[in-house]
Design a protein around this ligand. Structure first.
Ligand code: ZN
Length: 399
């Protein structure tokens, strides 16, 4: 990676705080914030002590005891840029060669649960915040640096609570919880239809299946019919080219009890992901017509479809100033401009957007280390992220 010029004040500031960066991250990893139960109160002091020492005002919010959220504010007025990092982590799981909650620093890397997801980005944001605090007079607007709870379990006690019940508002948000190595800007997330399909037949003795109506065969027939079907994405749909094609996963199928009973009920659960373009009503209409055709071909069988949840696709316009600023500063700092992409999973960016706050995902750290044994991140990447984010915030809140 090409380095910024030595005369670059932000670069120098960050380089001089490498030890702080490693210490913040190590302290965060040592705080066992495995969700469940979360216990984010163990990690919150890393951020609040830092804020106190540097005169950065902050508030804490808890919807449930011990599920601490911290909102630190730099600057004043609007616009407000929200940068939420989550305190909680997934369980350690098995396969670790080191203690997942005792950070190990080796060859420029730090190993430990949450090193990338999401404590590394928080540690880097603290370094960026320290620089921005020292240059607060240059901010025409606010940075809201948030340490939040409960992200790994749906954010009910975290970002959702802060937005819905604590009066946290912003005009834009950068969520350092998607992508890797600052290569991508997550500008959109696919929609997700979670569906339950049921077949109801008639139970009978396994020795006389002709007396019953198996619910299993029509389900298999239905799944075969839709196996290769995907909703069409109209040409020129918003965000065309940013997303991968729609996907369909059959997550579960349940039928029957023992070999000598004809199964009277069968249930399958589907996860259908789609980019902006297809109309979810049209998707459902197609699936229902396929179900009707299968039911017609199987005497004594009824089939129905239930929508368990429907998350619409989201997309931030590629001309949004956040996208432009992130691209420009990653190019200057790392030599490569981050590229806008649409992703298949969902982050808190999705519900920020659905609440009217344009939000993009952008983060440092190696690919594919989240939620696995041996999670790590590199201090170089974090330092460069701190640098990019300080520059992006100054750019977006430029006086
Ligand atoms: Zn995360």
């Amino acid at each position: 990676m090409p380095q910024a010029t030595p005369s670059d004040a932000i670069h120098d500031f960050v380089e001089a705080r490498r030890d702080d960066l490693a210490r913040y991250l190590s302290d965060l990893i040592r705080a066992r914030t495995v969700n469940p139960p979360g216990d984010e109160y163990l990690a919150a002091p890393v951020l609040t002590d830092f804020c106190q020492a540097r005169g950065i005002p902050y508030e804490t919010f808890e919807k449930e005891k011990g599920r601490t959220n911290v909102v630190a504010r730099l600057g004043a007025g609007r616009p407000r840029i929200l940068v939420p990092c989550h305190f909680d982590v997934v369980p350690a799981g098995s396969g670790w060669e080191t203690d997942p909650f005792e950070p190990l620093e080796r060859d420029g890397r730090i190993y430990g649960r949450g090193a990338k997801d999401n404590k590394g980005p928080l540690a880097a944001m603290m370094v960026a915040a320290e620089y921005l605090k020292a240059h607060e007079a240059d901010l025409a607007g606010q940075l809201l640096l948030v340490g939040c709870a409960d992200e790994e379990a749906g954010s009910r006690l975290g970002m959702k609570y802060l937005l819905e019940e604590c009066g946290v508002e912003a005009e834009m948000a950068i969520v350092p919880d998607a992508g890797s190595e600052m290569r991508e800007i997550d500008v959109g997330e696919k929609g997700a239809l979670f569906l339950k399909v049921r077949a109801l037949g008639r139970q009978a003795h396994g020795s006389t299946p002709e007396r019953g109506a198996s619910a299993l065969w029509p389900m298999i027939a239905f799944l075969e019919r839709i196996r290769d079907w995907r909703p069409a994405v109209p040409e020129g749909a918003e965000g065309a080219g940013l997303f991968t094609p729609p996907t369909l996963n059959v997550g579960t199928i349940h039928a029957g009890t023992v070999a000598n009973i004809v199964p009277g009920e069968c249930e399958a659960q589907l996860d259908l992901r789609y980019p902006p373009g297809p109309d979810p009503e049209a998707i459902l209409a197609h699936l229902r017509s396929e179900l009707a055709a299968v039911a017609d071909a199987h005497e004594g069988v009824r089939m129905d479809l239930e929508v368990l949840s429907n998350q619409p696709p989201t997309l931030v316009d590629a001309s949004n100033p956040m996208v432009e600023a992130i691209r420009r500063h990653t190019r200057a700092v790392t030599g490569t401009a981050a590229e806008p992409i649409g992703q298949s999973g969902a982050t808190v960016a999705k519900f920020l957007i659905l609440r009217g706050i344009p939000a993009v995902g952008f983060q440092p750290g190696p690919e594919g280390v989240e939620h696995v044994a041996g999670e790590w991140t590199d201090l170089d990447g974090l330092a460069r992220f701190a640098e990019v984010m300080a520059k992006v915030v100054l750019d977006l809140l430029g006086a």
